[in-house]
Structure formats: structure tokens, C-alpha cells
Design a protein around this ligand. Structure first.
Ligand code: SF4
Length: 281
């Protein structure tokens, strides 16, 4: 059994300004991520955070999580400030997303409910002089617990929920994301969200070895749109590809072929699809 460390930490910031186009702020209720995907960009970024020093130097990504125990109160303070500014500047609109540097529905969320309580705060303060568009991106079926809240995002508030699905093949998932929920459970999650008439999307990224057409067929009934991205830092996972004799799937040409097949399949079904990387073919 691997050593896992969970610590309660205090943050002085709930809303982080985002450099991602179309997103104004992100909320990361946790530091670190128990799913510990081998290719995770947040692993690299977390090394520059003051919270990394709270954990032993030699602990691996996925084996620690900091619970930002005061984030709900911080969010309320920051939203009140934004609200005060908005009333001076006139109606404003913000896009706020959970989460870019962690999974908002990892195991700790079941106990600590930080994502849920932050959503409640967003619900309370939006619509009073500013319009709020909330996005959620996760790999976890735990997101279904909060359907009751998602359904309240109407009128001045809107919400979309994305599920990251990187392959159709659970054996491949086990190689790159051994501690994350199964592919089947993620597809079921999308299905249930759609049954509840929520706006959903699939984030197919990074592209892992897959049968692109099979994956598109399995999820196309449950998504409003699809985003696609390649493995961006191949050098970080090259050893994993080699150890499993799947080097063919780490080339630019593989990412191009798969994304083209996905675009073709989803487009033929009338589903909007956006590729987030430049075709290097
Ligand atoms: S679920 Fe997301 S944040 Fe967590 S390890 Fe995987 S890629 Fe990183």
C-alpha cells in the first residue's frame, strides 16, 4: 500500500486569475490530486507552490493532497468584493471554472465537500449585478452528487460539466491513470448528467492510445460539445510508452490521425468539436 498524506491547509486566495482564453477565474479547492495521472501538468506546476513545502520532498504526485479548509469563506469574501466593483462598473459577466490544477471531485471531496460548498456560494452571490458562468471539469462520478446544485444554475447563472475521457480502453487508462475512475464509469457519468438535462462536454485529452471511432460512438449521445488535446509533454511519459510497447502512440502523426477521426465522427453526428493543438502534419 502506497503512503498517502492528507493535510489541512489555509489559503489566502480562492479565485485565481486565469490565462486560459474564455476563463476569468479558476477555483482549486485542493492542492495536489489523488488521481495522480502520470502526465499531469499540475504535478510540474505544484513544485512552485508554497503548499508543496508542507509535504515531504520525496513524496510522489498523487500521494498527497492539501485540503484548503478555509476556501469557502475566502470565496465569499472575494465574491463580495467583485460584486461591489460590479455595482460601480455596471453589469459584468465572469467565467469561473473548477478546477485546472486538481480534480474537484477527487476522493477527499466526499468527506470535505469543499467543491459543493463553493458551488453553494457561487449560487448565492451570482445574478446580483453580475452574470456567472460556471464550468466543472472532472474524471469522477462523485460529480453526480451535486446535480441538485447544478440544476439551480439558471437565468443569470449557467453551468457546464465536463468529463475527461482520454481513451476508450480501460487497460490503457490503467497504465497512465491507475488511480482515476474507470472509463466506463466516466461515460456513465456523462449519461446521467445528460439525463438530467445538463450541458455537458467531453474533454478528450491528452489523447492516449484509443479506437477513436469507438470512443466517439460511446459518448456522442451524452455530450453537447467536445474538446480534444494531445499529450503535450511527451518526454514526461516517454518511459511509460516504451515500457508498454506503445511508442507508436506518442508521435505527432498519431495525435493528428486520432484527432481527425474524432472530428469526423463527432461532426457527422452534429456535435461541435474543437481541437486545442496545432496539427503538426
Ligand atoms: S485528474 Fe487532472 S489534476 Fe488530477 S492528476 Fe489527473 S490530470 Fe492531474
Amino acid at each position: 500500500m502506497k503512503r498517502k498524506i492528507l493535510k489541512l491547509i489555509e489559503t489566502n486566495k480562492a479565485l485565481s486569475k486565469s490565462r486560459i482564453p474564455g476563463i476569468d477565474y479558476t477555483i482549486n479547492p485542493y492542492f495536489g490530486c489523488e488521481f495522480g495521472c502520470s502526465y499531469c501538468y499540475a504535478d510540474f506546476m505544484s513544485r512552485f507552490s508554497k503548499f508543496r513545502k508542507v509535504f515531504p520532498d520525496d513524496i510522489e504526485w498523487g500521494d498527497f493532497v492539501g485540503v484548503k479548509i478555509n476556501i469557502v469563506e475566502r470565496l465569499e469574501i472575494e465574491l463580495k468584493k467583485i460584486l461591489a466593483k460590479s455595482s460601480l462598473l455596471g453589469e459584468q459577466e465572469f467565467n469561473i471554472w473548477f478546477s485546472i490544477m486538481t480534480d474537484p471531485y477527487q476522493f477527499a471531496e466526499k468527506k470535505f465537500l469543499l467543491t459543493r460548498r463553493c458551488l453553494e456560494v457561487l449560487l448565492k452571490y451570482s445574478g446580483e449585478g453580475f452574470k456567472l458562468n460556471v464550468g466543472v471539469l472532472t474524471r469522477s462520478p462523485l460529480v453526480l452528487r451535486d446535480i441538485d446544485l447544478f440544476k439551480q444554475f439558471i437565468g443569470e447563472k449557467s453551468i457546464e460539466i465536463g468529463i475527461s475521457i482520454t481513451t476508450d480502453n480501460d487497460n490503457i487508462r490503467k497504465i497512465f491513470e491507475p488511480e482515476a475512475p474507470t472509463i466506463r464509469s466516466r461515460i456513465k457519468t456523462l449519461e446521467k448528467l445528460k439525463e438530467n438535462n445538463l450541458k455537458t462536454f467531453a474533454f478528450i485529452g491528452p489523447i492516449l492510445p484509443m479506437d477513436a471511432r469507438e470512443l466517439a460512438n460511446q459518448i456522442s449521445d451524452f455530450v453537447d460539445y467536445v474538446l480534444i488535446d494531445r499529450m503535450n509533454y511527451v518526454w514526461r511519459t516517454a518511459a511509460i510508452y516504451r515500457a508498454n510497447s506503445i511508442e507508436f502512440a506518442m508521435s505527432d502523426s498519431y495525435f493528428n490521425v486520432v484527432s481527425e477521426a474524432l472530428v469526423e465522427e463527432f461532426s457527422s453526428k452534429g456535435i461541435a468539436v474543437e481541437v486545442l493543438f496545432q496539427n503538426k502534419g
